[in-house]
Design a protein. Structure first.
Length: 90
């Protein structure tokens, strides 16, 4: 399995999502990146624009790779649109 913060891993996960399904970017516990990290096995995840606060690292956030927030923040907030942005940016 690819590393959690590897660009290809995010693209693989986005490819498996319903392209028409939407996500709420403003929800730091259920946004695109929080959903991805929960899929990768982290039960308690909170994200901000550049970091992930994971249950074991609450006081030591993990920085997102460059462009990950750019992929999530731009509209439309659908998984298909995010996949297109990810393929373009990464």
């Amino acid at each position: 399995m690819k590393s959690i913060f590897e660009n290809a891993a995010l693209i693989d996960w986005l490819s498996a999502q319903d392209p028409l399904a939407s996500y709420g970017y403003m929800d730091c516990r259920a946004c695109l990146l929080a959903q991805y990290l929960r899929f990768r096995g982290f039960e308690e995840v909170v994200v901000d624009t550049d970091s992930a606060y994971l249950e074991a690292h609450r006081f030591n956030p993990r920085q997102f790779p460059p462009h990950w927030n750019d992929i999530a923040v731009r509209k439309p907030w659908t998984f298909g649109a995010a996949l297109g942005r990810a393929r373009e940016m990464l």
